[in-house]
Design a binder for this molecule. Structure first.
Ligand SMILES: Cc1cc2nc3c(=O)[nH]c(=O)nc-3n(C[C@H](O)[C@H](O)[C@H](O)COP(=O)(O)OP(=O)(O)OC[C@H]3O[C@@H](n4cnc5c(N)ncnc54)[C@H](O)[C@@H]3O)c2cc1C
Length: 397
């Protein structure tokens, strides 16, 4: 078949960009390897309320819960709770959410090719997306958009993966004793080196997950569930309903366009550096991609024209990605003792007030900048040795 735009991947980013381009009158084909969008999905499903509003996505029947508070468990295991009393984020059912975005794309005129896997690309003046599994064997197109997740075949075939880095994650759903409006975050190098574990209520169930850049994420998760002094008392390991593993990309480690090729969502590494949430950032950047693509398709969508996409992303999220990535570099290198000291600071009323005043669920750079502006005082509390140990990671990305 032929289409102006071939979108590989029918996840949130693919459906969102597909809908936007179909609405502008382009012929769009969305290729999805699974029989159903959003299934399987490995995701905690936490999405900021303000971010969704900005994207003009009204809460639907996919909202499973509303989060008002976060409880942090440092390695010392003395919990610290933060809340502004208002609903900050929804916990969503990804299958229903993704399906809604797919329905909107189809309604706007996009063709969905389900159970159809992209197995390769032929790039050139008229790119060809090679397919297997469904009724079609190829899409001849003018522009390929890779929305095919962290292990993107489009990114690989277009040579855009050179410095890509990933976080390994595992998650399960089970019965657990958690508050319906609180997500819990657990820090400690013995179970989640370089990242953290989470317990997030999702309707009647609880999503228990963990990310790490070292070793086997699933093994670490099962060990966390069985042995963590606080979390293991809340989780019922005999009631685990499902287990999944997934990769989350690191921002700024991929190029996001080439001649007649663009990447969106996880395929582009569009996630928040600190929490690695990708739904809001992925959709925001997919919207920018659609604007640039629509313009470029007025002529030939060459790399020169598509560069505007990277510029638009940098303008909107560049500072967020840069500052967040630097903060991550420091966090990844922190010993448990240093993490305990940071969380001790968070117990101070003045620090809590600062954090709650500047916290923005989807834009962490606001808080990071506020913390940096108070840096001399805060850093003094941490001690000179620690400042010297980590300051070079703040200066160099
Ligand atoms: C454990 C875990 C927890 C997470 N929790 C959160 C969270 O709480 N909040 C948040 O915002 N983000 C979270 N994320 C990240 C979030 O899931 C992703 O950022 C989001 O799914 C990215 O959407 P996407 O459309 O780019 O990619 P995906 O959702 O991965 O969709 C890609 C689609 O492409 C399809 N595909 C892949 N290859 C091919 C191919 N060759 N041919 C055809 N189709 C193909 C796949 O089947 C899939 O449907 C989490 C991730 C993990 C792993």
């Amino acid at each position: 078949m032929r289409a102006d735009v071939a979108v590989v991947g029918g996840g949130p980013a693919g459906c969102f960009v597909g809908e936007a381009l179909a609405k502008r009158g382009f012929e769009v084909a969305i290729v999805e390897e699974h029989a159903e969008v959003g299934n399987p999905a490995c995701c905690a499903g936490i999405v900021g309320v303000d971010g969704l509003q900005e994207l003009k996505i009204k809460p639907g029947k996919w909202v499973l819960g509303k989060l008002r508070r976060a409880v942090f468990y440092p390695p010392s295991n003395e919990p610290i709770e933060l809340t502004r009393g208002k609903v900050e984020a929804f916990v969503i059912d990804r299958a229903t959410f993704d399906r809604e975005l797919a329905r909107k794309a189809a309604k706007a005129g996009a063709t969905l090719l389900m159970r159809t896997r992209c197995v390769g690309l032929k790039l050139g003046r008229e790119p060809v997306v090679r397919l297997k599994g469904g009724g079609e064997t190829e899409v001849r197109t003018r522009l390929v958009i890779g929305a095919d997740g962290p292990a993107s075949i489009v990114a690989r075939e277009a040579g855009l993966l050179k410095t890509a880095r990933y976080l390994k994650c595992a998650q399960l759903e089970t019965i657990a004793e958690v508050r319906a409006d609180a997500t819990e975050l657990y820090f400690g190098s013995s179970f989640a080196p370089s990242f953290f574990a989470w317990l997030t209520p999702a309707g009647d169930l609880c999503r228990v997950g963990l990310g790490t850049s070292q070793g086997d994420a699933l093994g670490k998760l099962l060990s966390f569930v069985g042995t963590h002094p606080a979390a293991s008392t809340k989780i019922q390991p005999s009631k685990i309903l499902n287990l999944c593993v997934g990769l989350i990309p690191e921002p700024l480690t991929k190029k996001i366009y080439a001649d007649r090729v663009m990447l969106v969502g996880d395929a582009a590494g569009h996630v928040k550096p600190l929490t690695r949430g990708g739904i809001y950032v992925g959709l925001s950047c997919a919207r920018l991609a659609a604007e640039v693509a629509a313009d470029a398709l007025g002529g030939e969508p060459t790399a020169k024209k598509l560069r505007a996409y990277e510029q638009a992303v940098t303008k909107r999220f560049g500072r967020e990605f840069e500052l967040g990535t630097r903060a991550c570099r420091i966090f990844e290198r922190m010993t448990d003792g240093d993490l305990n000291s940071i969380f001790e600071l968070l117990k101070r009323e003045d620090v809590q007030t600062l954090v709650l005043k500047h916290f923005d669920f989807d834009n962490h750079d606001k808080l990071l900048r506020a913390l940096l502006s108070k840096a001399p005082g805060l850093l003094r509390s941490l001690g000179m040795k620690r400042i010297l140990k980590y300051s070079r990671y703040l200066l160099k990305p």
